[in-house]
Design a protein around this ligand. Structure first.
Ligand code: HDE
Length: 697
């Protein structure tokens, strides 16, 4: 609500009946205007408080019950409204109206970490949730996916096990939002179908740079049905227009302290700045056969992908996030997704993980949102007309009319009616169920746990492999039980000998031999690597180091050029104030290198009085003379994290003193425009990958 409409008494600008605040006066929950909300009603100025104080009791009681249980998983998240525009390219495989040519559908997307509590840091190593509600005219479609295309378990009955193992230890409730602990590695090393997902977690995918720069995957295979009643199996993919990019591990850890809300802030800032995040939705079309396989890969096994080289991802529409939520609790916290929310033309498969999810999401809301009417919360309401026969229950919002909430009936004239052919009804697809006997088993194809992890490892470039080795070394280094480390090394031996050897070296252990011959049945899939292309730099943050004591003539032009390139300049100086008519955004006391994607140095500012010598100086060297040690640290960290560094004018003195000059990705020139052009070009590749040394072995 703006101050203007608050003072004019206008209603806040909200849709539908969801207005939380009306009129300009403070009132009780019943609408009675209040004179005072700062003092309780007492028997005299210094006397006891009276039970009669209804406003006090209402205010405190409501406050006492403000919290609801956090999600049992994916508790920490951020979300945004958006719009999905269909290309119409899926119309040959699905009759879903929102996927027909030109259809435009409002959406709400929530991103999340999996393991941490609501207040945990954003940049921990973890899988990210990527859940989108499409409010289609034929009913809501929820695509409840992750940023990693495979899952830890093949059968949903194991979900409590993997989550209990990954959550903090039950005795001390530590560590928070981490997989680097004994119980997690105990489980995944014993339950080897988890090795594929774990390898993705240890790769750069586990520490995204931004929600805006993550892929999303439906993981399971779904079915589609077209207007002619033909069925096909598909997998859903979200492809970010900005490319897939990650933090380095050191950055991720530092950001957790410097800005625990890094991803949440990044998403909201980008939307507010009008650099709307976008993804293309794509499908892999996988045909239909009785085996439910594609190129020998079992499509019901959620620990397997179908490499894009075998089945290309075909774009079917574009999602644009255009609006931040008005109220975190009402929207982001109360949104409830459910993989069973499907429109006509899309259906589930018999993937045993998906089948359990179809039960769990409905069930969990009963506790989290306090009853069966959570679909009536504004954020969860269908945009298609609803005429169900569900009645009453806690939190009922609707004033249902009529006599006969049952079928068949004659008292309400038979209404509501079931839909016939051509009336957009959901069609349970007539899929043949294989003849079998009841049992608690999976098919033999699910026993292959290593062909795909090995393919993933072989598809990585050198810097990516180096990061994976470092991640395993860190995580297993945090385990206390030697037997768990050794068991996980045995799993790594089955993925790749170099990976196993390097991690074993870091742990000071012998690398075991693989128990089985290595499974090389799959070729590497270059699409799995994040490197090797150039991407738009929209919303990237560029730190501009300035000297507030110098009259920098070039600065306004430079800032304009950064903004015109859709990036965000952040002016950083030893102290606050203004330069060239612009307020300084951050000081050396508030800024950390990890908050920026690149750094350019335009001056050599005099160190501030509060500058203290830093022990973090490169190789323990003494502080460079005349340079604020926090600036030295900032530049050296940028260098270590393979970020682009630029300098001109007196900024070049800083570069020379910090010892990073003349190395890859350090751009120096007398003309700021030349420096900026080169910095922008290099930023398109995300990092200066040449700074990472290859893995030898
Ligand atoms: Fe979930 N999952 N999940 N999950 N999941 C939940 O639902 C569950 C799985 C995913 O932003 C819960 O409303 C089971 C796979 C996302 O609100 C719960 C199993 C994938 C979100 C639940 C899985 C996901 C959830 C917790 C194994 C990727 C956050 C709160 C059978 C395809 C949605 C809630 C949001 C949330 C159960 C496995 C993604 C308890 C039992 C696989 C993105 O219902």
């Amino acid at each position: 609500m703006t101050d203007q409409n608050r003072s004019s008494g206008d209603m806040p600008d909200k849709e539908g009946d969801a207005r939380g605040q009306q009129g300009r006066y403070l009132t009780t929950a019943q609408g009675a205007r209040l004179r005072d909300t700062d003092h309780s009603l007492k028997a005299g100025r210094r006397g006891p408080i009276l039970l009669q104080d209804h406003h006090l009791r209402e205010k405190i009681t409501h406050f006492d019950h403000e919290r609801i249980p956090e999600r049992v998983v994916h508790a920490r998240g951020a979300a945004a409204h958006g719009v999905f525009e269909s290309y119409g390219t899926a119309s040959s495989v699905t009759g879903a109206a929102f996927l027909q040519h030109g259809a435009v559908t409002p959406t709400f997307t929530r991103f999340s970490t999996v393991l941490g509590s609501r207040g945990s840091a954003d940049t921990v190593r973890d899988t990210r949730g990527f859940a989108t509600k499409f409010y289609t005219g034929e009913g809501t479609f929820d695509l409840v996916g992750n940023n990693i295309p495979v899952f830890f378990i093949q059968d949903g009955i194991k979900f409590p096990d993997v989550i209990h193992a990954a959550k903090p230890h039950p005795d001390r409730e530590i560590p928070q939002a981490q997989s680097a602990h004994d119980t997690f590695w105990d489980f995944v090393s014993l339950h080897t179908e988890a090795q594929h997902h774990t390898l993705w977690n240890m790769s750069d995918r586990g520490i995204p740079r931004s929600f805006r720069m993550m892929e999303g995957f439906g993981i399971h295979t779904f079915r589609m049905e077209n207007a002619e009643g033909e069925m096909t199996m598909v997998k859903f993919h979200w492809k970010p227009v900005l490319g897939v990019h990650s933090l380095t591990w050191e950055e991720a850890q530092m950001v957790s302290g410097a800005d625990p809300d890094f991803h949440r802030r990044d998403l909201a800032d980008a939307i507010e700045a009008g650099t709307y995040p976008q993804w293309e939705l794509g499908i892999q079309v996988l045909g239909d056969n009785e085996d439910q396989t594609f190129a020998g890969i079992d499509l019901l096994d959620p620990t397997k992908i179908v490499p894009e080289e075998l089945a290309p991802v075909q774009p079917i529409g574009k999602l644009t996030l255009t609006r931040n939520p008005d109220n975190y609790f009402a929207e982001t916290e109360q949104v409830a997704f459910h993989p069973g929310n499907l429109p006509p033309g899309i259906d589930v498969t018999d993937d045993p993980l998906l089948q359990v999810r179809l039960f769990s999401y409905q069930d969990t809301q009963l506790t989290r949102l306090g009853g069966p009417n959570w679909n009536q919360l504004p954020i969860n309401r269908s945009h298609a007309p609803v005429n169900d026969m569900l009645r009453d229950g806690y939190g009922q919002q609707d004033d249902h009319v009529g006599q006969a909430p049952y079928q068949p009936n004659s008292l309400d004239g038979g209404c509501p009616f079931t839909a016939g052919d051509g009336e957009h009804a959901f069609n349970d697809l007539a899929v043949k169920v294989p003849e079998s006997v009841k049992n608690r088993e999976l098919s033999a194809s699910f026993e292959d746990h290593y062909s795909q992890p090995r393919m993933f490892w072989k598809s990585m470039t050198q810097p990516e492999k180096r990061h994976i080795i470092a991640a395993y070394s860190f995580e297993l280094g945090k385990c206390r039980e030697q037997a768990i480390r050794e068991r996980q090394l045995a799993c790594l031996a089955q993925i790749d000998p170099v990976l196993c050897q390097k991690v074993a070296e870091a742990l000071g252990l012998e690398a075991p031999e693989p128990a089985e011959p290595l499974d090389d049945r799959l070729e590497p899939s270059p699409a799995l690597s994040q490197l090797g292309r150039s991407w738009p730099v929209d919303g990237r943050k560029v730190a501009v180091i300035v000297d507030p004591d110098e009259d920098d003539q070039d600065l306004p032009r430079l800032l304009k050029a950064i903004t015109e390139a859709s990036m965000t300049p952040v002016l950083v100086a030893p102290r606050g104030g203004a330069i060239a008519g612009r307020t300084i955004d951050e000081t050396f006391a508030t800024a950390r290198s990890v908050e920026f994607d690149a750094i350019v140095v335009s001056g050599n500012p005099t160190p501030a009085d509060d500058a203290t010598p830093s022990l973090d100086q490169k190789a323990g060297a003494p502080a460079a003379p005349g340079i604020d040690p926090r600036l030295t640290l900032m530049i050296q960290e940028c260098w270590r994290h393979a970020k682009v560094i630029g300098a001109w004018g007196r900024g070049r003195e800083v570069i020379a003193e910090t010892g990073v000059q003349a190395s890859p990705g350090v751009v120096e020139d007398d003309r700021p425009a030349t420096v900026l052009a080169k910095v922008t070009e290099l930023l398109g590749q995300h990092r200066v990958w040449k700074r990472f040394t290859p893995v030898r072995g």
